[in-house]
Design a protein around this ligand. Structure first.
Ligand code: ADP
Ligand code: MG
Length: 140
């Protein structure tokens, strides 16, 4: 069953560059409602768990080190067709290939430092949301 919710993380490079406000504005202006929100920092172990599906890939170690290198902003977003529509707003993994107006085109630097995460399925949205948020931190 579709949950109409997705999980996003504004990645350390985008937080460091001061893009949090602009990115949240773009996200809400695109029709997503923020139902959970926090600034936090992953430990290396957290990042390895979050990205376990990529273990063994050449970029895995750098990805986990980068994602635990500084604060991130995590949020649960609600909208009809949230997972797919948010992936569209995020754009391609490589900012150079991302469509005009997408978050990665606007705020991404490189394929590694692409500014934002978006869940790729309803199942992963649920898993990733409970990774970051307790029930008391999620609102209607
Ligand atoms: P997406 O974030 O678009 O779903 P993936 O799930 O394939 O992309 O990869 C997770 C993250 O790993 C990407 O957002 C990016 O930060 C990093 N990554 C993916 N592919 C590469 C690559 N070829 N080189 C460096 N980093 C990569
Ligand atoms: Mg992915």
């Amino acid at each position: 069953m579709a949950t109409n919710r997705t999980l996003t993380m504004i990645k350390p490079n985008a937080v460091e560059k001061g893009y949090v406000g602009a990115m949240l504005e773009k996200i809400t202006a695109s029709g997503f409602k923020i139902v959970a929100l926090k600034m936090t920092q992953l430990t290396l172990t957290d990042a390895q768990e979050f990205y376990a599906v990529h273990e063994g890939k050449p970029f895995y170690e750098f990805l986990c080190e980068f994602m635990s290198s500084g604060p991130i902003v995590a949020a649960i977003l609600e909208k009809e067709n949230a997972v797919e529509d948010f992936r569209t707003l995020v754009g391609a993994t490589n900012p150079e290939e991302a469509a005009e107006g997408t978050l990665r085109k606007l705020y991404g630097e490189t394929v590694s430092l692409n500014s934002v995460h978006g869940s790729d399925s309803d199942d992963n949205a649920r898993i990733e949301s409970s990774f970051h948020f307790s029930r008391r931190e999620v609102f209607k």
